[in-house]
Write a protein that binds this ligand. Structure first.
Ligand SMILES: [Zn+2]
Length: 262
């Protein structure tokens, strides 16, 4: 199963941040924590396009890359350099932290059109998840090529998006329940920019502790030979992934309860 995932991910592809399972788990956690007023309003918006659950739309934004000027990352350097206010490469697009703030304003605005609020809700559900993937808050964003248990090469970014969760083996509903019931306390609250900084620190401490920070087109350049990850890499990394998925889900619920639940 994991090998098949890795084989697919050798096809060049944009970085999607958490695979479908991870995004759906974040959405499921949040939906379970919505208060009744917020839930009624969320469900009404989702029904505009025939959806019944937040998980149904949790990866929609990844299919809209060309339709909306939104970058799905906020790139905070972890080497001590000061992060710019606009922390992503495209000046004419919103970075993930900026996009979340913009779409929250739209979602709270009762006189905005239902379609605009539906789009805003979809982006918020997705981008809150994205910003909790350590390599979507860091600079660099995980270009290193790696292999795992004899697999074809993939980028460490894709590995953190999907393979660690696939290896854990649960579907999104069971994963959400496991995370909500695992007794692990996670810090909630904070701003999207602060979540990106947390991600950057995690990338530094839990990913770039064993891989060189590098880029494909500027210095320092990435090694040309893929690094073979140790066979226990995915199981060792899972607790970090689990904590971030849970944090994302709880924070997403907090935001939606704040915006729609009063
Ligand atoms: Zn994304």
């Amino acid at each position: 199963m994991a090998i098949a995932v890795l084989a697919l991910s050798t096809v060049p592809q944009p970085s999607f941040a958490w695979g479908r399972t991870g995004h759906a788990a974040v959405a499921n956690i949040a939906e379970l924590r919505l208060n009744s007023r917020a839930k009624a309003k969320v469900m009404k918006l989702l029904a505009l396009d025939g959806n019944n659950h937040m998980a149904d739309v949790s990866s929609w934004a990844d299919q809209q890359r060309d339709a909306y000027p939104v970058v799905h990352s906020t790139r905070i350097p972890f080497d001590g350099r000061t992060a710019p206010a606009h922390a992503c490469p495209d000046l004419d697009k919103l970075c993930a932290d900026e996009a979340i703030s913009k779409y929250m304003k739209t979602l709270k605005n009762g006189s905005a059109s239902p379609t605009d609020r539906y789009v805003a809700l979809n982006f918020i559900i997705h981008l809150v998840g994205d910003l909790h993937q350590p390599l979507h808050g860091s600079d660099p964003i995980g270009y290193n090529e790696v292999t795992f248990n004899g697999s074809a090469k993939t980028r460490i970014h894709a590995f953190w998006d999907g393979v660690i969760i696939e290896q854990h083996g649960l579907g999104s509903a069971a994963l959400a329940r496991e995370l909500l019931n695992n007794g692990v306390d996670v810090k909630t609250g904070g701003s999207p920019r602060e979540w990106a900084i947390e991600s950057s620190n995690l990338a530094r401490d839990a990913i770039y502790d064993t891989l060189p920070a590098c880029y494909p087109r500027k210095r320092p350049r990435c090694p040309t030979t893929p690094m073979a990850l140790p066979s226990n890499y995915a199981s060792r990394a899972y607790p970090v992934v689990a904590r971030r998925l849970k944090q994302a889900g709880l924070r997403l619920a907090e935001m939606l309860n704040d915006a729609l639940g009063a």
